[in-house]
Design a protein around this ligand. Structure first.
Ligand code: SF4
Length: 457
């Protein structure tokens, strides 16, 4: 991922390896198809989506009450609760806890929030080693890359890439691509990390206001192993992870894994309510721009997201451009809504990285109107001057053409003639629409001409 480039520039680089891009597209489509099968196997699927959406909307409308209730219950359970207004505060709080315990080695179970806050690099600068223990995260961490997908962090890599990475960093046999061998080798290293760590950090999938407990979903059991093998557990959550009652959890757990990978449920849904004897448990509740999003009527619904990544897997742009093209911690359609909330200038390109086909909204288990929000962001960014000169000029020109029937008629005619007589004028690399696709053959007549003729007949 190149943070200084736009989505389309990063995507151009990703697409240079056509074979890999094709494979990436097909792999994610396979996951999407599994999701469809899992969803269709449940007759009440749509009712579950409606219920999940309603619970999240209700929670967002009374977020202050539920967060305070959660804090009180968690404290009563013996948990230390911290509030962080931004990424810096989040990182400082965690560093403070680790410093108090003289912790130098930390095991972490997948948390996209810590990615969003840049925690690993922050702690590395303070001399603390953080090891991501989810296998996919571990692979990308060894490569000094960011996850390219929130559920399948190393989905952009093939077996050969993993084999080379492990050979280089943990000394596996050169060229050995056997999955069992590679997984066992990683497990051996990670076991040692779990046993020698001083603290464990986890993410939070759901935080229950009624009980003050948190739930972490993993397929590898690494959250449990990290927490139980260590004296200090720090859980990091964005404040939108709250749900009102324990009875609501079943709805979300049924939707989450099916939407993510087509599994009926994640292998481990681990509940943490209080520290074990002799252990310390901390929860860091993070804002980091979420209150802005909450206050923006048209984008508030994005905070319902349960990070299943179904919208990634179905998105034709994500599948063909790869997660790193999005130059943000959370890629894909939902990332393109969340990122401009944090920095409109830096992420102004992302809401345009979509066909607006609506497939993302159709699969979203909490019924977020993703493609409509992307469209709203486009309007907001353009009207607030973040669209860039070329886009602004071309939109102005298009408004002139589409706003006048006679100009539209003449431009259409000129365009069709030019494409027929001088195809090279449009079929060249200066035309972004030409890159990666065949330009269509221009029709001999416009629809208006065809209609006139056929109406007479
Ligand atoms: S926006 Fe919806 S589909 Fe996308 S990750 Fe969030 S919950 Fe899943």
């Amino acid at each position: 991922m190149n943070d200084n480039q736009t989505h389309s520039q990063n995507a151009t680089e990703f697409l240079k390896d056509r074979e890999r891009a094709h494979w990436h597209d097909e792999t994610l489509w396979f996951v999407r198809a599994k999701r469809d099968k899992a969803a269709h196997n449940i007759p009440e699927w749509e009712a579950l989506r409606d219920a999940a959406s309603a619970i999240k909307e209700h929670t967002l409308s009374r977020l202050d009450e539920y967060l305070i209730q959660f804090e009180e219950k968690a404290k009563a359970n013996g948990v230390h609760v911290h509030w962080a207004n931004d990424a810096e505060a989040h990182n400082q709080i965690i560093h403070g806890i680790l410093a108090k315990h003289s912790a130098k080695n930390v095991v972490k179970s997948k948390s996209m929030l810590t990615e969003e806050c840049g925690l690993n690099f922050y702690l590395r600068d303070k001399g603390i080693e953080v090891v991501d223990t989810d296998l996919g995260e571990y692979i990308v961490q060894l490569r000094e890359e960011h996850p390219s997908h929130i559920v399948l962090p190393a989905i952009h890599l093939k077996k050969e890439d993993v084999s080379n990475t492990f050979h280089q960093h943990i000394g596996t046999e050169k060229g050995n691509k056997d999955e069992v061998y590679l997984t066992r080798s990683a497990r051996k290293v990670l076991r040692q990390k779990f046993l020698s760590a001083d603290a464990a950090i986890t993410g939070v999938n759901f935080a229950i206001a009624e009980t003050g407990g948190i739930v972490v979903c993993t397929n590898e059991g690494n959250a449990d192993l990290g927490v139980h093998a260590n004296k200090v557990h720090i859980a990091c959550m964005g404040f939108e992870k709250i749900i009102p009652k324990a009875e609501h959890l079943g709805i979300f757990l049924r939707l989450l894994a099916r939407s993510a990978t087509g599994q009926p449920v994640t292998t481990y849904s681990s509940h943490f309510h209080r520290p074990q004897k002799g252990q310390e448990m901390h929860i860091v509740i993070v804002n980091n721009g979420r209150t802005n999003q909450l206050g923006r009527e048209e984008f508030r619904g994005s905070l319902k997201c349960i990070r299943c990544a179904a919208c990634f897997n179905t998105c034709p742009v994500y599948r063909r451009s790869g997660g790193h093209s999005y130059h943000t911690a959370i890629a894909g359609p939902i990332g393109s809504i969340l990122a401009p909330n944090i920095d409109m200038k830096q992420y102004a390109d992302l809401p345009f990285a979509s066909t607006l086909c609506g497939s993302c909204s159709n699969v979203c288990p909490v019924k977020i109107n993703i493609h409509e929000q992307l469209w709203s962001w486009r309007q907001k960014l353009m009207s607030e001057g973040y669209g860039g000169f070329a886009k602004k000029a071309s939109m102005k020109m298009m408004a002139g053409v589409l706003g006048s029937p006679s100009v539209f008629k003449i431009s259409g005619k000129l365009g069709r003639t030019a494409m027929r007589l001088m195809p090279f004028a449009v079929n060249n690399n200066l035309n972004p629409w030409y890159k990666g696709r065949e330009m269509p053959e221009p029709p001999k007549e416009s629809f208006r001409e065809w209609y006139k003729k056929n109406k007479k007949a």
